[in-house]
Design a protein around this ligand. Structure first.
Ligand SMILES: [Zn+2]
Ligand SMILES: [Zn+2]
Length: 342
């Protein structure tokens, strides 16, 4: 089978490898669609990931496909079933898992290697985080389960009410997923991005307002919101200390800030202590997803409460993965669906 192997900074090769054989509890899936993700672009640029990928290694983690073989003691899954999955599963027995903080699991089992013709799903993921692809979704749409579960995790942690005013800094794939679910929940959404094409996309997908995020952003946001107070909830979906600080300044007194984008290790931000204290600001960090969230994310996608189709801006064969990641780094397009075998 063909597999994309990451060798280091911006170095990847499509190689020929043997098709894995599923062991006990494991499921072998033929990949039908694998989506490019900001994390993969970062991994490609930096040549690895401190927690998830040490090169040389297969990578890619948002996928859907068709089961071609199952291992022993697998009864729920059968050959020929179409499936979608997420890239990890918690252990259910560590300190955090016992407290139902599954995203903080000390033994989170990660699965990488979606940029390939086949992927072997480990038993733990097959058990807890693998779902049948419903007829309502295409393979590329089904591959949104992982990024959308991350977004939904953030939404549930911060708490959103219909009628809230929400700002989102970043109109990339994650920011736009936030926009889709925020509109479905009946909030007013201000989307912020420097790139005109991305603002346009946000507008098309239902943003009430789009802003460039330049000098004077804070005042612009205040002017738009009721009584010029600022937004109820501010979301950062870039992963940059500058925009983290910026997003905190956009909320009203009593407002909540969701810091979703992961910044580079070792970075830090400065906070206005006076503002935080006297305005009773809540700041929440959030990471990854949990099995209960994945289940709810699955339901939302299956019932098409949000339509992710417009976020797929290109479909390419596996051989063009390098090109797709370069485009992603240049902020061209939103998500590319890599379709192995096409
Ligand atoms: Zn991702
Ligand atoms: Zn655990």
């Amino acid at each position: 089978m063909k597999v994309a192997i990451l060798y280091g900074k911006e170095r990847l090769r499509i190689e020929e490898r043997g098709i894995p054989v599923p062991g006990e509890g494991e499921v072998l899936v033929r990949i039908k669609a694998a989506l490019t993700c900001g994390t993969d672009a970062k991994v490609y640029l930096r040549g690895g990931h401190p927690r998830m990928i040490t090169p040389p290694s297969p990578f890619g983690h948002e996928f859907s496909g068709e089961i071609v073989k199952v291992g022993e003691k697998v009864d729920r899954w059968k050959e020929g079933m179409k499936v979608m999955a997420v890239n990890s599963a918690p252990c259910f027995s560590c300190y955090h898992c016992k407290r139902e903080e599954y995203s903080l699991c000390e033994d989170l089992l990660f699965l990488n290697g979606a940029y390939a013709e086949y992927i072997l799903i480990p038993e733990r993921i097959a058990k807890y985080n693998l779902y049948p692809l419903p007829d309502s979704l295409s393979f590329a749409e089904g591959a949104f389960l992982e990024p959308f579960a991350c977004v939904l995790h953030g939404i549930e942690k911060i708490g959103i009410k219909a009628g809230d005013w929400v700002s989102v800094i970043g109109c990339g794939p994650i920011g736009l997923l936030f926009l889709l679910i925020l509109k479905a929940k009946g909030t007013r959404v201000i989307m912020i991005d420097k790139i005109p094409a991305r603002r346009e996309k946000a507008k098309k997908l239902g943003a009430d307002l789009v802003l460039t995020g330049e000098e004077g952003l804070e005042q612009e946001v205040k002017n738009i919101t009721p009584r010029r107070k600022g937004v109820d909830i501010s979301i950062e979906a870039v992963g940059n200390p500058f925009t983290w600080e910026q997003s905190i300044r956009l909320v009203r007194k009593g407002g909540k800030v969701l810091l979703f984008g992961g910044c580079a290790p070792g970075t830090s931000v400065t906070l206005d202590t006076h503002f935080l204290h006297y305005s009773e600001i809540t700041i929440k960090g959030v990471f990854h997803h949990t099995p209960p969230i994945v289940r709810r994310a699955y339901g939302i996608l299956r019932d098409r409460i949000i339509d992710v189709q417009p976020l797929i801006t290109e479909k390419l064969p596996l051989e063009d993965l390098g090109k797709a990641l370069q485009n992603m780094l240049k902020k061209r397009g939103i998500k590319t669906a890599i379709m192995p075998g096409t």
